[in-house]
Design a protein around this ligand. Structure first.
Ligand code: ADP
Length: 401
């Protein structure tokens, strides 16, 4: 019941639907979800290892549980205070989610989805079982598997850790048979060291014309709202810029959108899912990977779409009807603000960036700057992709880290 309201004795005030959502994690994705929750009247409580996290700054100390999701007591403390739980990272162990479900707290996306998606090999297997287009891939348990894959698929190859890869950590390009041992060694931290027991797989190297993404929202009832296809540009394997809508042939965009929806259905996800894809000059579209949560390539939706990815994620996990996803401007561009050196933000730059028409600055409130760390982003709307991108880049350049 809201503060200050009272119910007459015997006149119960029921909860019509869930309004208390817990988030495992308190980074920038949790922060922007909490911002969206405010407008929907949804109360967010987060579980995060350190106090004062980016999301914690939005929900306040009373709704920030400081603890580790690997810890049973911490998970139980969150479950006690919310009607359902969602996440902002795909690295929460599926077993930890199952534990919450077994105790009676619904989790969306559910443990079965996470179990498949958080293991890139199982994810690729699931997608190809569903007859969806993915790069050719092979499991690598030992060095000999990698050599055999090279003979079959050709060099170079992309060797990947099955679990816990992000922003290119966990990937190694293998140029030829002489480079296999070094590539395996470079991933040994995430993949185990024993030949015969490696947690790796390998993909053909895709000579793509471009990288694209679609944010797909899937409701608890299976309803779908798929955002426009966007161009994504990575630097050192980190998403750097996003342009909406993607500049590619309409037939390719349509194929990508359809493929993204089918991929999300194949893993039975609920909530918003970032679907990363490659497109080739011949019009082929291949799935790269799924992220079952709000995603960097969907940040532009805050200003550029009728419903943001964060609002639609909440609507989906709450079982509400999904919001419309159309662009509200002809084009939009997002530029990430990545940490470049250990220096505070330039306050004058914040003001200057704010003065650029139709450019919107988001700073995540991270205390420590590290090189390459996502500190914030800028989205700009424009009449054309070039216009939006120029504006977003100009605003981004004002902020010095
Ligand atoms: P992460 O999970 O770390 O983001 P990805 O597997 O998505 O890693 O790969 C990061 C980047 O590496 C991709 O955005 C793409 O630029 C490149 N990449 C990944 N797989 C392939 C591939 N099979 N062929 C060519 N480039 C690839």
């Amino acid at each position: 019941m809201p503060d200050g309201e009272t119910a007459a004795p015997g006149q119960g005030v029921g909860r019509a639907f869930s309004l208390r959502v817990g988030i495992l994690g308190g980074g920038q994705l949790g922060r922007m979800t909490a911002e969206a929750a405010r407008d929907l009247g949804v109360e967010i409580t987060i579980l995060e290892r350190e106090a004062g996290s980016p999301a914690g700054q939005i929900v306040g100390p009373a709704r920030e549980i400081v603890g580790d999701w690997r810890n049973l007591e911490a998970r139980a403390a969150l479950a006690e205070r919310v009607d359902l739980i969602t996440l902002e990272s795909e690295f929460v162990a599926a077993d930890a989610l199952q534990w919450l479900v077994d105790r009676g707290t619904p989790v969306y996306p559910g443990p079965a989805t996470l179990r498949v998606v958080q293991d890139k090999l199982l994810q690729k297997e699931r997608l190809s079982e569903a007859r969806l287009a993915v790069p050719r891939f092979k499991v690598v348990r030992r060095e000999a598997d990698l050599l055999a894959a090279g003979a079959e698929l050709g060099w170079p190859l992309l060797l990947k850790a099955r679990r816990l890869g992000y922003d290119g950590h966990g990937n190694a390009t293998v140029d030829g048979p002489d480079a296999t041992a070094a590539a395996i060694e470079s991933l040994a931290g995430s993949a185990g060291r024993r030949d015969g027991d490696l947690d790796l797989y390998v993909e053909e190297f895709v000579h793509f014309a471009g990288e694209i993404a679609v944010m797909v929202t899937r409701g608890r009832d299976g309803s779908i709202a798929a955002y426009p296809v966007v161009d994504t540009f990575q630097q050192n394997h980190i998403c750097h810029e996003v342009v909406a809508p993607a500049r590619l042939p309409a037939a390719v965009a349509e194929r990508a959108r359809g493929l993204a929806i089918q991929a999300v259905e194949a893993v039975d996800a609920v909530g918003v899912v970032g679907v990363e894809m490659f497109w080739l000059d011949d019009g082929t579209v291949l799935l790269n990977e799924l992220a079952p949560r709000p995603h960097n390539s969907g940040h532009y939706t805050i200003e550029a779409c009728r419903t943001s990815q964060f609002a639609n994620h909440l609507r989906a996990v709450l079982g509400w009807p999904l919001g419309p996803v159309e662009l509200v401007a002809p084009a939009a561009a997002m530029v990430n603000l990545l940490g470049t050196r250990s220096a505070p933000a330039n306050p004058g730059g914040v003001e200057e960036a704010g003065s650029i028409d139709r450019a919107y600055l988001h700073l995540y409130g991270k205390r420590d700057v590290r090189v390459g760390r996502k500190m914030g982003h800028v989205t700009a709307l424009g009449d054309t992709a070039e216009d939006a991108l120029a504006r977003a880049r100009r605003a981004a350049r004002c902020i010095v880290w």
